[in-house]
Design a binder for this molecule. Sequence first.
Ligand SMILES: NC(=O)c1ccc[n+]([C@@H]2O[C@H](COP(=O)([O-])OP(=O)(O)OC[C@H]3O[C@@H](n4cnc5c(N)ncnc54)[C@H](OP(=O)(O)O)[C@@H]3O)[C@@H](O)[C@H]2O)c1
Length: 244
Amino acid sequence: MNKVVVITGASSGIGETTAKLLAQDGDLLVLGARREAKLQQIVSDIEAAGGKAVYALTDVTSLESVQALAKLALDKFGHIDVWMNNAGLMPHSEFIKGKVADWNRMIDVNLRGLLYGIDAALPSMRAQKSGQFINVASVAAHAVHPGGGVYSATKAGVLMISEALRQEEAAAKSNVRVTVVSPGAVATELVDHVTDQSTKQALEGYYKQNAISPERVATSIKAAIDLPADAALNEIIIRPTQQE
Ligand SMILES: NC(=O)c1ccc[n+]([C@@H]2O[C@H](COP(=O)([O-])OP(=O)(O)OC[C@H]3O[C@@H](n4cnc5c(N)ncnc54)[C@H](OP(=O)(O)O)[C@@H]3O)[C@@H](O)[C@H]2O)c1
């Protein structure tokens, strides 16, 4: 479709898989994450398959860094059609463990990072009177379980921010669409970064049994992007068929 698509957290999992799927169809990818070797490899995989992608080392907890990612897209391709706020982490633990650093990282990446993405991309979308945000939340935005309090709070925040953004852009008649993607268990690196060892073990067992491939999520994101511009898929909840 030749859209310019910016993806944060593009170095693995859902972000990487979505980038590769969209590039196959001719979209122009602008990738952001912190691990340069991974980003270089993904760009060269995309180019080897005949696609087009560039990257910028991006830490979404820094507004300047996210602004630089947007600038790369605008300098290289002239405009931004889709901005996918995907960077995120899920270091579950019960409150009694006192993992304050993990709580802060989730707030900084899952919430502040998303807000910085909106700030970096929205003005140019308003000006061109078109655009789309793909904001990655989670089924955890809709339900909470022990150990998941802070993660669910950040993902419920993604849902609320997205809905307010949708209403504002509808009222402004800007044609900017907002899509929330709320996955269940998906086989990515997400669980690798859980710092509480007993929680990590339990999650690894659960994911091994239940998680679906990130291709499933990428396919649903592509459907939301490819929908004609007068309609918006506002939330996609996609989970393994057998996930309770
Ligand atoms: N997998 C699931 O079961 C599941 C379910 C529901 C929702 N989600 C959501 O899906 C999104 C993608 O996660 P994933 O499952 O694909 O996990 P993943 O493989 O761990 O990917 C997370 C991505 O976020 C990036 N990231 C982390 N901190 C960052 C920072 N400060 N700045 C920039 N990028 C950062 C990582 O790249 P670097 O380390 O290179 O920076 C990585 O590319 C997350 O928002 C997650 O909450 C996942």
